[in-house]
Design a protein around this ligand. Sequence first.
Ligand code: AMP
Ligand code: MG
Length: 388
Amino acid sequence: MITVTDALARLFELAPVLEIEEVPLLEASGRVLAQDVFSTRDQPPFPASAMDGYAVQNAAPGDRFTVIGESAAGHRFDGSVHAGEAVRIFTGAPVPQGANRVVIQEDVIRDGESITVQEGLDPKPYIRPAGNDFQTGSSLTAPRVLTPGDIALLASMNIARVPVRRRPIVALMSTGDELVMPGETPGPDQIIASNTFGLHALLSGIGAEPRMLPIARDNAASLKTVFGLIDDADLVITIGGASVGDHDLVAPVAAELGMQQSFHKVAMRPGKPLMSGRLGEAMMIGLPGNPVSAMVCGHVFVAPVIRAMLGLGAEPQPRLTAPLTKPLGENGPREHYMRAVCTDAGIHAADRQDSVLLSVLGASNALLVRPVRDPARDVGERVEYIPL
Ligand code: AMP
Ligand code: MG
């Protein structure tokens, strides 16, 4: 049995950083930028007006100017502005040569082709210099998960295709004679496969491409058939059948198929029978079958592995701290990930911690982490948690 930290270190050894692919900008949101990208232009590319008004050379209350033309967005005024001249200008339009400020339209009175500047003139120049936002050679640095704001910035930089990490393809396999798919009619001894669906959702949300394999039954032939469908997956996740019961065939069958095991048991609650290794080209993780165990291991192990494959670094799930609002007893020899509720007041562990209770997981928004042999804790003491 190894520690959670050691297990994560071994998982990272098995997890390759995936290749770079180029995608159209419209498909880049949420993807991981894989290389620094550089602007090939200045924004704005010319000094631009920040307001609707008149471009002039200096101005003071009482000054009169003759309007000699117009500069609109997309249609510049071609000439120069000299003393005593003004060009009608609109937001985003190029400021003509010779002008050093824009007098906003509220600050002038217009009479035919002339304007007079009023008292209380707003002193700001209202000109955005060329390259005010970013300049040729400005970069967006990798790695980063691209946000909608980043997409707008890349568009503005005229970057139409974006180098991103390929999404890890993850094959998800439930195992068990008792399982049927949601929507089917279960027999009297059957339950619905839930783990693969929860993990599918978790994986989709963090940039992986999950694929649902058929449910493998608890016999070697069925397991081999389904293992035969993993195709080009980067990661194969099996669920259940990983303990040492008579029907727990995942480890022996995987070994028969050539899986090189890295570890099999981890000192944690829930989730002890966790296994990992290399199976052909793919990495394999065998998760425990109990639904909460599978989901907790998804957060604690699978999510960091996906981030590592996406080039976001080999780091455990980020943790926060909060004060306890209910006391906790002493912890045993395994790290404990307790389903918990965190509010502005602090955090408390759910009363029922059985690893089969999806209703409790659903009502939780945090995994409160108890270190190995952590002593009893009082209300007000700060504890670490992983937000869900
Ligand atoms: P196992 O490790 O196969 O013995 O599974 C442990 C427990 O988890 C058993 O009660 C299984 O019925 C249950 N279980 C295993 N796989 C799943 C699954 N995909 N969805 C829901 N429950 C499961
Ligand atoms: Mg089973």
